[in-house]
Design a protein. Structure first.
Length: 229
């Protein structure tokens, strides 16, 4: 579906980002993946340089995936208990990082005649399914708002969509998913009764980035096992 496409994927070292980069390559795309070792997505100069490097390596871009994210277990909390530093670090990566990736990625797409942007959000953006994770929930809600306005700003040249993965087996959730009681409580709220796999998110990302999904922009594609049904 993605033969010959040139894609940039942030957060590509592990989890969903790594799975998306792998699936895109399997579909015939040329992919540059970056993670925090290559670029801090909350730093505009680093993001701009990373996008420029990807353009140089690939000869342009057709697809940009903003997947880098953090979830500060043990620091994120209810509002009256939430340290400002934890709030700020979460928004710096999850929302500002997404914005900066889109800002410089879209510039590169426009130079090449257009393309597709995918941003990774969360069910916490639309339902209160993660009480006590106020910073993470707010940051992911911001991503959905950003996707909607970017879709209107840049149509028809650039399609901008969100993917909303539910509880997915990734290193991001390992600090809490190792607690059997916590995991059972989470899965009790998932009608399909299991965690999702990064490869399942990657399959959806490949479809949304392809011409088979060319009529979709400003959409949030939910893959959460029914958590938000």
């Amino acid at each position: 579906m993605l033969e010959g496409r040139r894609a940039l994927v942030t957060g590509a070292a592990s989890g969903i980002g790594a799975a998306i980069a792998q699936r895109f390559r399997a579909e015939g795309a040329h992919v540059v993946g970056i993670d925090r070792e290559e670029a801090d997505v909350s730093d505009e100069e680093q993001v701009e340089a990373a996008v420029a490097s990807a353009v140089d390596q690939l000869g342009g871009l057709n697809v940009v995936v903003a997947c880098a994210g953090v979830q500060l277990h043990g620091e994120d909390a209810r509002a009256h208990e939430l340290p400002l530093d934890a709030w700020q670090r979460t928004l710096d990566v999850n929302l500002t990082g997404c914005f900066l990736t889109c800002k410089h990625g879209i510039r590169a797409l426009l130079v090449g005649g257009g393309g597709c942007v995918l941003c990774i959000s969360s069910p916490t953006a639309v339902r209160a399914v993660a009480p006590g994770y106020d910073a993470y929930s707010a940051s992911k809600a911001g991503v959905l708002g950003l996707v909607r306005v970017l879709a209107r700003d840049y149509a028809p040249d650039v399609r901008v969509n969100a993917i909303v993965p539910g509880f997915i087996e990734t290193p991001l959730v390992e600090p809490v998913s190792s607690d059997a009681a916590w995991l059972a409580n989470v899965l009790a709220g998932v009608p399909l009764g299991r965690a999702g796999k990064p490869e399942e998110v990657a399959a959806l990302a490949a479809f949304v980035a392809s011409d088979e999904c060319a009529y979709a922009t400003g959409a949030a594609f939910v893959l959460d096992g029914g958590m938000t049904a």
